[in-house]
Design a protein around this ligand. Sequence first.
Ligand code: PPS
Length: 340
Amino acid sequence: MERTFPYKIEPLEEELMKEIEQKFLAYSCQGLVRVEGSGYVFPSTYAKYASTYYNYQFKPDDVLVMTHPRCGTTWTQEIVWTMRNGGQLDSSTELGVRSPFFEFDSLERYELKPMREWMEKHEDPIKEGFYLNLMNSVSSPRTIKTHLPFSLLNPTLLDTSKVIYVARNPKDTCVSYYHQQRLVKVSDFQGSFPEFLDYFCRDLITLGPFWQHIAEGWEKKDHPSVLFLFYEDMKEDIIRELRRINKFLGTGLTDKQLQDVAEHTKFSNMKARPTTNPTKACVEIGRFREGEQDFVRKGITGDWSNYFTPALEEKFQCWMEKWKDMSQNIPFKYNFETVA
Ligand code: PPS
């Protein structure tokens, strides 16, 4: 049964869009839209896919790694894919091919990619979606990356599939997202950290509002088909968290295999592997901006303290206060000392 997409999607106000385009160079090509009610912001292409995503029927053995951007998606994808493949340590196939990105068509700038040929061969290339096609061609059991929150996915999702939701404290998320938005040409952010934080706190960065996203995940944390993880807990004791994942997924890996998974997916190893840290290759093909920090960047908790001035801290606290109904019950760790 095809469901009607239940929310209005509106373009951002013209004046606001003009302002954003000055800093996020990519959005001058495509503009931004906002989902009414929840306030989620997307490149305008999302409007073409919203109903398809909302109606997408996941398979019973699909596992979704669901996150707000920069909360530990890539790390968790590599862990989950490896665990679901019997602890097989794959270093040769790009993670994005093994574990597809569900809604990437809605974020993509098609003019940046050598996908003209593919587009020419499809009747409705935008609606059909290059990445949706890729996802449909991945063999089961699939481990799928998504930044879409529950409210924008099929309401029956948890009746069919499992979701691992990963959250990270908003300060480190903001710093990490700042670097990623400078790196990726789909956004092409050309501003400073204080400018980025300002947009973050105005809930204008794509795939946010942060608190709305996290709150939707938190609300489902006790559902039997959901495992809610914190990035900071994974940094603190990865074996403990791998045991939780092992139990949740029923993957039955031994402690020795979990140790191997931890080693394979530890920060320095994932940063060194081009299949999980595609920075160099993406710079070469023009998808990433040269001279920025890596996609797999620093991997610590507390990096925010190198960026937050008292004035920025104050602005951030005002934003936290605004969202307090959603934020006050979620126990984030901010100052955990970790070595990558
Ligand atoms: S994205 O762009 O939304 O898919 O990014 P995402 O993968 O969610 O988050 C990126 C941050 O996760 C860090 N990362 C890791 N941390 C610890 N261990 C491992 N193995 C690991 N792999 C990636 C990555 O460096 C980003 O955080 P920052 O703070 O920017 O370093």
